[in-house]
Write a protein that binds this ligand. Sequence first.
Ligand code: NAG
Length: 247
Amino acid sequence: MEMLNMKSIPLSLLLFSLLLQAGNCANSAFLFHFCFSKENYTANSPYDTNLNELFDLLSTKVPPTGFGFDTITGKCQNQVSGLALCRGDVSSENCKSCINDASKELRKRCPNKKDAIIWYDYCFLKYSNEYFFGEIDTKNKFFLLNGNKVDNSKTFNPKVNELLSSLAKKATATPKLYATGDLKLEGSETLYGLAQCTRDLSGPDCKKCLDVAISEVPNCCDGQRGGRTVGGSCNVRYELYPIVDAS
Ligand SMILES: *[C@@H]1O[C@H](CO)[C@@H](O)[C@H](O)[C@H]1NC(C)=O
């Protein structure tokens, strides 16, 4: 079981949490979504058609590299921009099926909404009628926590920070803006971590985004055996078990 802790910043400090059934099947687990605009489009309108075109494009363009973005232009109000990112270790095949699921779910969960974002374990997908590439998304974020606490958070929390901070540096120094790693703890346990940014960000902006995500870990996940802070531009995660097959 994992707990979800959603935070929409800075518009409100609304916080709530719910229990998620952690999926252990081969499919990528759905995590969360926002329909973040109040603006609607109508069925079969040019925006609707452009959105279909965008989803098709992303499901072809993204899987080979794990990241892509594009804008379908039209008359100004019908322009739609979208971006998708797969977790750095995910195969093209799983990336593609995740993006296809994400497109379908966004249609269902955010019907006729001009902006929306959805996250899975393996990927996330965002679209908007505004051009948003190259900017850190500070609005769409949520936290996920394990629900079980470690015995000694005083010694554990600094280890989490140490690992994630080193991964933020490492991620920023690679073209994929992605890093995983681990840290041996006292006793027999190992801490595993992951950090990733969308590749429309510059290295320094990726670092900025990850630093904020890491700074939120104490708020969401103090003493938790595992946790993630997840946003529209970057995310960090730590667990006491391997997150990806080879880290
Ligand atoms: C969009 O649609 C919802 C109902 O689906 C409605 O409540 C809302 O007022 C609409 N927004 C605008 C800006 O028209």
